[in-house]
Design a protein. Structure first.
Length: 304
């Protein structure tokens, strides 16, 4: 029997991280649609940010401080694949000081205890996050998931990821060829094409967006057709991986926080109050917001 050697890389973990928790989240995250094919491992297929070659990776946690990455793709892209999955798992951020946010806020401390080692799990790129923002805007989640799945099945590339055949989301050039998609509301297709064009031109580069002041990055993202404040925050936080943005446009998060902190007022003044509470979470406001959403969704499932 011939053993095929795959290029591998390693990611050093700074702070607490549980890959199994990340894999469980991604398995249950409808837009990702990734199967749980190996307990404790995370398998992903995606296009390389900026270069757009379809690739895959299998992540395994060998110790608390080390993640191994088995790369499925051209060997010359090994470093780029490792760097992208590092960002996708929020491992490009030193999380050593994250417990300090809990020390400053007992509500956050409880969240951290309920979800130990869980960091934000991101879309593969700001481009993919932007496409999801357009697809999911003002329609039911189930409908948006179906639309994304159809686009991926028809225009995405199939990648053999360690025995599991996964499809990557369509690269910008492929998405630009879409002329009609059943069930896709009329305004969404030209907006998706505009997103694809912006990505191909390098306007959705994760490192560039992260390097900008958050408000400036959000204003730039809102220049894209169909992208408002809520969508821009999603792209910056869940696409580029900015660790310290409080989502002012995410009403569902605000509802969860209002319940957790026993607040009753809703409206513009309430958002300002919640943002002030979130100042204690810095420099991990995005991370804490993510945990609030995860816990909120878990409680919603339990109540059904």
């Amino acid at each position: 029997m011939t053993t095929i050697s795959r290029p591998c890389g390693e990611i050093a973990v700074h702070g607490e991280f549980d890959l199994a928790a990340a894999a469980r989240f991604l398995t249950g995250f409808a837009p990702a649609g990734q199967p749980d094919s190996e307990p404790g491992a995370l398998r992903v297929a995606f296009t390389l940010d900026g270069e757009w070659t379809p690739v895959g990776a299998v992540l395994r946690q060998r110790s608390p401080g080390e993640i191994t990455v088995e790369v499925h793709g051209p060997p010359e892209h090994t470093d780029a694949v490792v760097a992208q999955v590092r960002r996708m798992c929020s491992l490009d951020i030193d999380g050593t000081a994250f417990p300090e946010a809990g020390a400053r806020d007992p509500v956050v401390s409880l969240l951290q205890a309920l979800h130990p080692g869980l960091r934000p799990v991101l879309f593969a790129s700001p481009y993919e996050a932007a496409c999801w923002a357009v697809l999911s805007h003002r329609i039911w989640m189930t409908q948006a998931v179906r639309l994304r799945r159809r686009l991926t099945e028809r225009y995405g590339a199939e990648v053999d990821v360690g025995g599991s055949r996964l499809r990557s989301f369509p690269a910008p050039a492929a998405l630009a060829t879409v002329e009609y998609q059943p069930g896709l509301p009329g305004p969404k297709l030209p907006r998706l094409r505009a997103i694809a064009e912006a990505a191909a031109e390098g306007k959705l580069d994760a490192a560039t967006l992260r390097a900008m002041p958050a408000e400036e990055a959000l204003k730039q993202l809102q220049l894209l057709p169909g992208v408002g404040r809520f969508s821009a925050e999603l792209i910056l936080i869940r696409g580029a991986g900015h660790p310290d943005v409080f989502p002012r446009g995410e009403t569902r998060l605000h509802e969860i926080m209002r319940d957790a902190y026993h607040l009753t007022e809703a409206g513009a003044a309430e958002v300002t109050e919640l943002a002030e509470i979130a100042e204690a979470w810095a420099p991990f406001r995005s991370w804490v917001s993510f945990l609030f959403r995860v816990e909120g969704e878990a409680r919603m499932r339990e109540s059904r």
